[in-house]
Design a protein around this ligand. Structure first.
Ligand code: 0GY
Length: 308
């Protein structure tokens, strides 16, 4: 099937620099996606955008170029609940990729078991209104309980302004379903607000009060208002995101993950150099011990616990 990209869609950057920061051995890119290719894995009819293709081979080439050892591939909304492209990437990875799927209530136990065998270890619940239609909360709670029996966790994606309204639901997923909950991109704070302001304080409170809530310190390129530096400038990239990520890193070092978010869906203004994104890491994880936790021991505990 032929697909036409959403107008203004920025393709991923094909010439990433070699990072100056040397990743620790065994580093995990714990948030990335594959898109199609659409001719092989058609995009979902209910999608809100049509991306460019971003194949598993291209993802694995980026992994090697940047110096990562493993990937966690997260189902992107353009594929709806058809996890075929994700599962194909996992099976081609030789055990070096694990996955986070999207499922509906209608998924059978046999399908869940097959996904588990392929390397899926979580489901994603998405509350970003521009990306998905509403799913009833009782359906999501049912799914969280079912996948909990396989030891999977729940990844949640939402924007900071929506946390007050979603708090009780997330607490129910954590407390009643007993799920470990992983928050994408620090709950998307508005980084033009103070790091000590009420919005981010609420997110930190949420992590403090729920011991099995983790956060990805990812997506500075998406959250930043100051943006990337001019090319060849010494200026710190995405510097306005640093205080937010460091606050989470410092308080919850055992519950943080990091990922590239390649191929960076829905960026309209600039497409990051993934090498530069890796160079952002030592600004938020400032010691080798913290870098080891963020990039190796934490993701290994969540996604490859049998190897820890
Ligand atoms: C991200 C962010 C976005 C998109 C998706 O599944 C998706 O479509 O996650 C976004 O547009 O903010 O994490 O990739």
């Amino acid at each position: 099937m032929e697909f036409t990209k959403t107008p203004g869609w920025l393709d991923w950057y094909a010439g990433p620099s070699i990072p100056k920061f040397k990743l620790p051995a065994g580093a995990v890119d714990a948030h990335c996606h594959v898109f199609g290719p659409g001719a092989e894995f058609p995009f979902a009819p209910e999608r809100k955008y049509t991306p460019c293709d971003a194949s598993k081979q291209q993802l694995f080439a980026l992994r090697d170029h940047l110096g990562f050892a493993r990937n966690v591939v997260v189902q992107a909304t353009c594929h709806g609940a058809d996890n075929s492209a994700l599962l194909d990437a996992l099976s081609a990875s030789g055990g070096m990729a694990r996955g986070v799927a999207t499922v509906r209530r209608s998924v059978s136990d046999a399908e869940l078991q097959a996904m588990h065998t392929a390397g899926v270890r979580g489901v994603r619940f998405n509350f970003v209104k521009r990306l998905v239609d509403f799913t009833p909360k009782d359906e999501l709670l049912e799914i969280a309980t079912r996948v909990g029996q396989l030891g999977w966790h729940v990844v949640i994606y939402f924007e900071a302004v929506d946390l007050p309204e979603l708090w009780d639901f997330f607490a129910a997923v954590h407390d009643d379903c007993g799920a470990t909950v992983v928050v994408d991109h620090m709950g998307r704070p508005d980084v033009s607000q103070p790091v000590d302001g009420p919005e981010f304080a609420l997110f930190l409170k949420f992590m403090r009060e729920h011991k099995n809530v983790w956060s990805k310190l990812s997506c500075p390129e998406r959250l930043s208002v100051s943006g990337p530096p001019a090319r060849n400038s010494e200026q710190q990239a995405y510097r306005d995101v640093v205080p937010f990520a460091r606050r989470v890193m410092d308080e919850f070092p055992e519950r943080v993950l990091w990922g590239t978010d390649w191929p960076h869906p829905n960026l309209k203004d600039h497409m990051p150099d993934d090498g530069l994104l890796v160079d952002f890491i030592p600004h938020i994880a400032v010691t080798p011990a913290l870098q080891q936790r963020l990039l190796v021991s934490n993701p290994m505990k969540l996604y490859w616990p049998e190897e820890v």
